[in-house]
Design a protein around this ligand. Structure first.
Ligand SMILES: Nc1ncnc2c1ncn2[C@@H]1O[C@H](COP(=O)(O)OP(=O)(O)O)[C@@H](O)[C@H]1O
Ligand SMILES: [Mg+2]
Length: 1060
């Protein structure tokens, strides 16, 4: 969770020191989790803690330094003391200021991420928006500790993180670009810092109600003007001089009378280091030149501004010579000419102003000439004055360009980048002012911190435990108290008639402050201290330590004297900037101008007022080493800074009662997973939830207190334990939340798919329904037509019935095709045709029949044919006459029923020559007794033989065979009627044959006796012997039998066939 909602942000406590302490976390119960957990804890050992408030040994300076050092060695340059940010200058580029990093810190609470200048900037910004009040960020630290860098980072952060519009981008550009311009004019290379700010800067960034940066305002404090005319060895003048000389275009330099060589200018060479490796003056010139145009400087302004810079350089080269009386003279100075040209003043008047002063004597004005030294002093004073005032003008000009003229309500964040406490080998007036400034800020700082602490305790109804701290009011008073304070004494000395010197000033101090516990001089000191103090020095015991100041120069620097006549000259200047700068009230009146120290004092009072009305945020910058080397941590140096920046003091105040506090809702929100009663929701009052939670966690009664809106926790270890427990369960929670989310997402997905499916289904059903409807309509039409057609089917072909008829035809033909009779004999299964097809059907039927017949015939063998021919003959003779005929039709005929082998050899020999055509076993009935005798009937070409084994019993020549009788019934009786004229003849032959039809058909064919075969009904007479007749009676009965009846008839009973 990178970004918290703004409401969450707004609900943050003002002391959100409850940071996430370790970036890595763990999963409960799993091995990896255990490892991560250990990782987190060892990481804490390695990188220290992120908030000093949570330092167990919070009173130990060594523990404090250890923690700083640990973190520094891991490139963690930021550490909190509550909301105060301690920053240690790494002297190397760290990849922690990118846009990506800014995004990470945007809208995120302190405790979510490691300490960072962005976190502080972001918190100040959001608190300002939420509470609609003003804030300031005080950045302090000694020269080179990283104050200016920090303030730039904050500005950059706001430039990126605040909402933007074209108009606002304009304001933003100006705010950002005012920086290089101010740095060019107000910064220089010193021994401590290649880009040291030589002025204090307070910048208000104005935000409208939506949080847009809409304007800005800068206040400058005490520019170190002396640098214009003098630089220590190894230091430079202000950057702008070098930038102009080295980077200025040829034309421009020509116009300004300059040469592109720093060595030409005495104001640039005193430090003997015009070139610095870390500074690219040429490039910086381009940046500044470009920035000037962006921040509303027109060409005229720029020309005038550069005129001033160039005139200062020329002024520095103006040399004086003593005349015979020892007064300073200045002849034919080309440099002075350039000064007068560039400033637009009369060269004579200028020369006069530089070499003499006007003294008003009653009504007259008398010119008092200068000695050479005096002239040099006046020259330098003019250079300083011009530069100093131009710097003020520049700040005002920048303010004009950033000013928001809209009167709507705005809130501001002030950025105070001010010089830190300074201690040099020789400390002068400037150090005195700077250190005084730091005393004031320290006082304010302690006041605000204590005040807010106390207010918070009161608001939360928690007993206030008085905190021991160093109250530096006594030192502030020592410096600024009216009549008694050092500044008062200094001013008095400056204004006093008579010969006042730096030493008389010291004497006055000794008089006034002889018993002050924080003031020592050589004279006032005890023996031991005296050894460490020169006579011209005084020592102040600052809150941050002792500083010895050398009084030399105090008076003149405080006076910052510029003679009236030279001021008058400047007021005549044709250079607009110079004219504006000198056209102030001070020169009108007779009153002496305010001294520098007084001015500074009142500007600090103003600053204090400004700051007191705002909510404070602090950035304390520390130098890690003196040599500006990356990776070096100078313990002594850092310890010293920790001390004089009052960090331990601050920590003590912050830790006085309780190490940690947090609003109930915020605390509950973060730690509620640790207690089943509060997870996932606590429905009641947050305070009660917290109470339940801490009870569950086992907090002891004296370890915490419940305030009105916040819980106060006494020891860091309690919080650590809680935080560790939270680390453990965080990942478990994460996976649970993840699972919930996945489920939610999947459900959504499923729902969408389902909806889509339903939609598709609906559409598809619609399509189907429309199709079905179409089909139904079509079917109705077709059926209607069909019915109409059906009704008119008998009529002549019309449009109404033609289709129907076609259908009927087709349907019939189709059905017929599948149901054609398969056999010739099948006469019944021909489909009945519809009336329209009667004729066709008949033709087709005949055709089909012919086809079948043809097929049948083609398939018939010669044998079958012969058989059929025989069957045909049988049919002619018997069909419809004899009962057993139909059954016989399917019985195939055989060639013979007795093979030649089965015929007796003797018989065979006798009849073979006649050609045996057919033989069959029969039963022969005697003529008289009708005894049944088995015999063989053999048909030859000419006769039929009745054979009994080896004997031919009877031979019937076909020619003699009169007729053959059979009954209409199903018996197998055959009677051969043979003429009996001859006695030898035996009479008619009565036989019973199982294959009656076969035998008789063969006979009719062999003997051509077709017509001789009679089928008789009832009875038949037969010839027993010549003249004697017998009768055979046929009847049907239950059982077939043949017997002789009492009447002498042969009775043949046959079973009735089903057909009858
Ligand atoms: N956060 C930082 N990261 C890297 N270098 C820094 C940082 N802060 C300061 N520095 C280095 O230290 C130098 C001095 O910083 P600066 O802000 O000018 O000091 P101050 O304003 O306190 O005198 C810078 O020029 C830069 O080289
Ligand atoms: Mg600076």
């Amino acid at each position: 969770m990178k970004r918290l909602s703004s409401s969450f942000f707004q609900s943050l406590c003002r002391y959100p020191s409850n940071q996430m302490l370790f970036p890595c976390a763990c999963l409960q119960g799993c091995a990896r989790g255990q490892l991560d957990m250990e990782g987190a804890l060892t990481a804490r050992d390695r990188v220290g803690i992120q908030d000093f408030v949570l330092l167990d040994a919070h009173t130990s300076e060594t523990a404090f330094l250890d923690n700083l050092k640990k973190r520094f060695s891991e490139n963690l340059i930021y550490t909190y003391i509550g909301t105060l940010l301690v920053s240690v200058n790494p002297y190397k580029e760290l990849d922690i200021y990118s846009k990506k990093q800014m995004d990470i810190y945007m809208g995120v609470n302190f405790f979510e991420l490691p300490p960072h200048i962005f976190a502080l900037a972001d918190n100040a910004y959001h608190t300002m928006l939420a509470e609609a009040n003003n804030h300031f960020i005080l950045i302090s630290g000694e020269s080179g500790a990283g104050k200016t860098e920090a303030s730039k980072k904050i500005l950059q952060y706001y430039a990126v993180s605040c909402p933007s519009t074209t108009l606002l981008d304009n304001v933003r550009d100006r705010m950002l670009l005012s920086n290089p311009v101010l740095e060019a004019f107000g910064n220089s290379k010193t021994l401590k810092n290649d880009n040291s700010s030589r002025f204090g800067k307070y910048m208000d960034i104005q935000f409208d109600i939506q949080g847009d940066a809409v304007g800005g305002h800068i206040l400058g404090y005490l520019l170190e003007k002396s640098r214009v005319v003098h630089q220590n060895h190894g230091e430079r003048n202000f950057h702008i001089f070098y930038q102009l000389v080295k980077g200025g275009e040829e034309d421009l330099l020509h116009q300004l009378g300059l040469e592109s060589n720093c060595q030409h200018y005495s104001y640039l060479v005193q430090g003997e280091c015009a070139n610095v490796a870390s500074i690219n003056d040429k490039n910086d010139w381009k940046t500044v030149r470009n920035a000037l145009s962006v921040i509303d400087f027109d060409e005229r302004d720029i020309q005038d501004l550069l005129g001033v810079i160039a005139s200062v350089l020329h002024l520095g080269n103006v040399q004086f010579e003593p005349d015979s009386k020892g007064y300073a003279t200045l002849n034919n100075s080309a440099e002075l000419l350039w000064v007068s040209t560039l400033l637009g003043v009369n060269v004579q008047v200028l020369q006069e102003g530089l070499t003499s002063r006007k003294i008003e004597a009653k009504t007259d004005e008398v010119l008092s000439p200068f000695t050479v030294d005096h002239a040099i002093y006046a020259r330098d004073a003019l250079a300083k004055a011009i530069y100093g005032r131009t710097f003020t003008w520049l700040v005002n000009k920048i303010n004009d360009s950033m000013e928001n003229k809209d009167s709507s309500r705005k809130t501001v964040i002030g950025l105070l980048d001010i010089y830190g406490f300074e201690v040099f080998y020789v400390n002068s007036f400037e150090q005195f002012c700077i250190n005084y400034c730091n005393e004031k800020l320290q006082q304010l700082f302690i006041q605000l911190t204590l005040k807010s602490e106390q207010e918070e305790y009161e608001a939360e109804n928690i007993g206030w435990e008085p905190v021991q701290f160093f109250n530096n009011k006594i030192i502030c008073d020592l410096v600024e108290e009216k009549h008694r304070g050092i500044i008062s004494v200094l001013d008095e000395e400056c204004l006093r008639p008579g010969e006042a010197t730096d030493l008389t000033f010291l004497e006055r101090l000794e008089e006034k402050l002889d018993s002050h516990p924080h003031f020592v001089t050589h004279k006032l000191a005890d023996k031991k201290t005296r050894k460490t103090l020169e006579r011209g020095n005084f020592r102040l015991l600052h809150y941050a330590g002792e500083v010895t100041y050398c009084v030399v120069g105090f008076l003149s620097k405080n006076n910052d004297l510029l003679y009236r006549n030279i001021k008058d000259v400047m007021r005549q200047s044709k250079n607009t900037i110079v004219r504006e700068c000198f056209a102030s009230k001070e020169s009108d009146g007779r009153r002496r101008p305010e001294t520098v120290a007084s001015q500074f004092k009142s500007s600090l009072l103003g600053l204090t007022d400004i700051l007191m009305s705002k909510e404070p945020w602090y950035v304390r910058c520390l130098k890690s080493n003196e040599s500006q080397q990356p990776g070096q941590f100078d313990d002594v140096l850092v310890r010293h800074q920790v001390k004089y920046l009052g960090l331990m003091e601050h920590l003590r105040v912050r830790r006085a009662g309780f190490a940690y506090r947090c609003r109930y809702d915020v605390f509950l929100q973060r730690y509620k997973p640790l207690c089943p009663a509060t997870w996932p929701y606590w429905r009641g009052v947050a305070a009660e939830g917290v109470e339940v939670l801490v009870q569950h966690l086992g907090y002891l009664p004296d370890e915490y207190k419940m305030g009105r809106t916040k819980i106060f926790i006494r020891h860091p270890r309690t919080l650590f334990a809680t935080e560790d427990a939270f680390e453990v369960c965080k990942h478990d929670l994460a996976s649970r939340i993840q699972a919930q989310y996945k489920a939610y997402w999947q459900k959504g997905q499923f729902r969408r798919q389902k909806e889509a499916a339903t939609k598709i289904e609906t559409c598809w059903r619609g399509v189907q329904a429309r199709k079905a409807k179409g089909r139904r309509q079509w079917a109705v039409k077709v059926i209607k037509k069909f019915i109409k057609g059906y009704m008119a089917r008998g009529e002549a072909k019309t449009t109404d019935n033609s289709e129907y008829l076609a259908f009927v035809r087709q349907n019939y033909l189709n059905r017929l095709k599948d149901n054609l009779p398969k056999m010739v004999l099948d006469k019944t299964s021909w489909l009945t045709p519809p009336p329209v097809l009667m004729e066709t059907s008949e033709i087709l039927r005949q055709l089909h029949m012919r086809l079948m017949v043809r097929k049948y015939i083609r398939g018939i063998t010669a044998q079958q044919k012969a058989q059929l021919q025989l069957k045909g003959i049988t049919s002619v003779i018997f069909k419809g006459k004899k009962d057993s005929y139909p059954q016989s039709v399917s019985q195939p005929y055989v060639d013979t029923r007795i093979s030649e082998q089965d015929i007796n050899m003797k018989v065979l020999q006798m009849i073979r020559h006649e050609g045996i055509k057919y033989s069959i076993p029969i039963v022969k009935y005697d003529r008289n007794g009708f005894k049944a005798r088995p015999r063989q009937l053999i048909l030859t070409q000419t006769a039929a033989y009745v054979v009994d084994d080896a004997k031919i019993k009877q031979r019937v020549l076909y020619t003699t065979l009169k007729g053959v009788s059979v009954s209409t019934l199903s018996d197998g009786i055959i009677i051969f009627h043979i003429p009996s004229e001859d006695d030898k003849q035996k009479g008619d032959l009565i036989m019973q044959c199982d294959h009656l039809f076969e035998a008789l058909t063969k006979l009719s064919v062999v003997a051509n006796k077709q017509s001789a075969i009679n089928v008789v009904q009832g009875s038949v007479k037969f010839q027993m012997k010549a003249g004697k007749e017998g009768i055979v009676e046929f009847s049907s009965g239950q059982e077939s039998m043949v017997y002789k009846d009492k009447n002498g008839h042969l009775m043949v009973v046959s079973t009735r066939t089903r057909a009858r």
